[in-house]
Write a protein that binds this ligand. Structure first.
Ligand code: PLP
Length: 366
């Protein structure tokens, strides 16, 4: 049992609010896939999925073992594995996970495996590269792909998908429209080989925001579910789902001229009071937040992080805050807090969330 005092609260009401926000942007029949890879964007995939399982059509994870963890948590919803490996096929089939087939090698190997195991209509997904050049089959290989699959009773193509490279970037609109055009051509060509119609999907969160006309049959919402759109206006419509809180372990009064922490990086230029908080860079908080660049919130007041962030703790200046040992501290509570941290850490919200270490306790609240 993790009884750490530093806790990441996952706000179920926020997840639900965000899901509705995106649902309202979509046609009624468009399916929703909730992306819960990387521990539900640094939260807890099993808790998020248990909370959302009756509200979405699909879940996606990056790797097979992330899907296994969801099955262990009794999630029965279909689970798409975005980045399966040949070494994982046994696990994938054992746990009824659905592989996104992204290259010819994986396709050939999966078809052989399905035949050997005498699988019947095992659900697979065909992922095409339309310009991201990361994972995906080529349009030029469609005849080869479809002839390989043709007539196989062992697999069934549940969906055709692709992924946009710059859906959040208005300056890349021409490129994105080209990707969407490529995707449409691919779907059309694949459908001609089949007597059934797999669903199609390509939009991520910012895709839904910027290209709702390309929602096809399903959309894949990740970061939006957790509270972030691709600009201030969208983000303000969403609710933050990740709340990171801790407590004050100890306070110290330091005299003018005394120093705090490693390398004596903080030097008090007046008498000061400082507090030590049990969270550090090993928990995913960048050392860039030290030396006054970042802050925490105590009794609704900002306490700057002083000196160097240590591995397991950090010190903050509470000289002007009326607080004591044991009091609550918010590392972040709002989207603005998270965006401040990501800007000081020179990264994006995705990374701030997914870096929250596994030793921090997770709690779903709603
Ligand atoms: C991570 C991921 C998503 C979700 O993207 P967001 O920007 O977080 O909504 C969708 N599709 C694929 C293929 C992904 O890898």
């Amino acid at each position: 049992m993790n009884n750490h005092v530093t806790v990441l609260e996952i706000d179920g009401n926020a997840l639900e609010h965000n899901l509705h926000y995106f649902k309202n942007k979509l046609h009624q029949k468009t399916k929703i896939l909730a992306v819960v890879k990387a521990f539900g964007y640094g939260s807890d995939a099993a808790k998020v999925a248990s909370f959302l399982k009756d509200k979405v059509d699909y879940f996606a994870v990056a790797y097979a073992h992330e899907g296994t963890a969801l099955r262990k948590a009794k999630i029965a919803t279909p689970i798409l594995v975005l980045h399966p490996q040949i070494q994982n096929f046994n696990q994938i089939v054992r746990d009824q996970l659905e592989p996104s087939i992204y290259n010819l090698k994986t396709l050939t190997e999966f078809l052989a495996y399905a035949e050997e195991q005498e699988l019947l209509s095992y659900p697979i997904h065909l992922k095409f590269n339309t310009g991201l050049n990361r994972l995906g089959l080529s349009k030029a290989d469609i005849p080869l792909i479809m002839n390989a699959i043709d007539g196989s009773e062992h697999v069934k193509i549940k969906s055709i998908l692709s992924h946009l490279a710059a859906s959040e970037d208005a300056n890349e609109r021409v490129f994105t429209l080209k990707q969407l055009h490529n995707f449409k051509e691919i779907i059309k060509e694949v459908y001609e080989y089949l007597d059934y119609t797999p669903i199609a999907h390509t939009l991520n969160t910012s895709g839904v925001i910027n290209y709702p006309e390309a929602q096809f049959d399903m959309v894949r919402i990740g970061i939006g579910l957790y509270g972030f759109g691709n600009d201030k206006k969208e983000t303000s419509q969403l609710k933050n789902s990740h709340i990171l809180r801790s407590i004050i372990s100890q306070t110290h009064s330091v005299k003018k001229g005394e120093t705090v922490g490693y390398n004596r990086a903080f030097i008090a230029n007046v008498d000061a009071t400082i507090a030590t908080i049990p969270i550090g860079h090993a928990d995913g908080l960048s050392r860039k937040l030290g030396n006054g660049n970042g802050s925490v919130t105590i009794h609704n007041q900002r306490a700057p992080i002083i000196g160097n962030v240590c591995m397991d703790m950090m010190m903050v200046d509470i000289t002007n805050i009326n607080c004591k040992e044991g009091d609550n501290v918010f590392i972040f509570k709002t989207q603005e807090d998270i965006l401040n941290i990501s800007s000081v850490s020179e990264t994006i919200s995705y990374e701030v969330l997914t870096l929250i270490s596994q030793r921090i306790k997770r709690m779903l609240i709603y």
